[in-house]
Design a protein around this ligand. Sequence first.
Ligand code: AHR
Length: 326
Amino acid sequence: MKKNMLAGVALLGALAMAVSGCAGNTGETPGGDGGDDVIKVGFAQTGSESGWRSANTESMKAAFSAENGFDLIFNAADNKQEAQIAAVRSFINQGVDAIVIAPITVDGWDDVLTEAKDAGIPVILEDRTVSASEDLYASWVGLDFEQEGRTAGEWVKENFDGKGANLVILEGTTGSSAALDRATGFGEAIEGTDINVLDSQTGDFTRDGGKKVMEGYLQKYGSDIDVLFAHNDDMGLGALDAIKAAGLTPGTDIQIVTIDAVKDGMTALANGEFNFIVECNPLLGEKAADLVKAVLAGDTVEKKTIVPDQSFTQEQAKEVLDSRPY
Ligand code: AHR
């Protein structure tokens, strides 16, 4: 299919049919170029840093399947912004019909998004946001990260305000909208409390990162730590190992609040090792695929689509664990 021209092309096709008086299948594609009508999409994924990311990749691959009319070129950038930008450039050079990006960081997208726009290739963002002008992309589908952070902070406030509790934070990838917005929402929620933030460092959304940073916190602050807020389940799960190795009991000696609600995180919550999880829904594939089709058909689409999240206590995790889809 020719880029970005489905609507016009469909109209031309209908006119051609009317002129020739032919009601049957001409064997031509919507593009009328003798090719096929498959939509070629380049998807620039962040990498494979977490359980959430695996679920998101699966959801995207299922939605952008050949069965659904897509030819998907998938790239995972190993959490490196330059690699992700290079992947997008390569999609432009390959003349794809549309590009989908889960942007690693907020900044740095202006040039390559302008290049895509100049080439007439629509861009759909999924998951994280960018600071570039909204004119440079067609639509975004994702989560309200700020609200996720706020919900986590409200739980911490409810359970620890007035106790002079000591908190440590494991931040997500530096410069990502997920980390920036969660930090903002969480900070707002605990503002004005007597909760003491001992430290806040990045664990890059990975288990290894969470474990290493938590080991450092434990060496420095030991059993003074009352509560940990990890920007995702995986860093919280890495921290569990560090806490146990330090001879402390996660969920009791150090209470743990995380974001994502993937299977391993929810299992830790149901087992009493985590204390509260705010969901971040990774199943964005279908919505992203619908957006690509709508944009290529020339339909007007929402600039932003926010997928709602819920949150879970230990009791709620026990109830829903078996029915969780990811
Ligand atoms: O952008 C969403 C975040 O990215 C998820 O919370 C985290 O697990 C992932 O790596």
